[in-house]
Design a protein around this ligand. Structure first.
Ligand SMILES: [Zn+2]
Length: 100
């Protein structure tokens, strides 16, 4: 259940901006874990370009958004993920739970 750029997330951060309607993918190399930690500590939003081309100021979604927000369709297409809800890693966790 993570928005971090792990392989299950396509090596991307899954972040929100604006009204937090969509989770967008920002490639892991565009933003280091240290930069993310600093931004969270200082309550700053991070300017970056998402995989779909959207330039915004991003932040780490809260738990509810990580689970429930719809993923940006162009970001998913570019990363060959199915469209869906929550971070890809979280969705895989749910599937594992259902299979157990
Ligand atoms: Zn996007």
């Amino acid at each position: 259940m993570t928005a971090h750029p792990i392989p299950e997330n396509g090596h991307c951060w899954w972040l929100v901006s604006g009204k937090e309607r969509r989770l967008h993918a920002i490639r892991g190399h565009e933003l280091t874990a240290q930069e993310m930690r600093t931004a969270i500590d200082e309550c700053r939003h991070i300017p970056a370009r998402a995989v779909c081309g959207l330039r915004r100021r991003w932040w780490m979604p809260g738990l509810f958004s990580r689970l429930g927000r719809r993923r940006c369709a162009p970001c998913c297409r570019a990363l060959v993920f199915p469209p869906g809800y929550g971070t890809p890693a979280n969705e895989q966790d749910i599937r594992k739970d259902l299979a157990a």
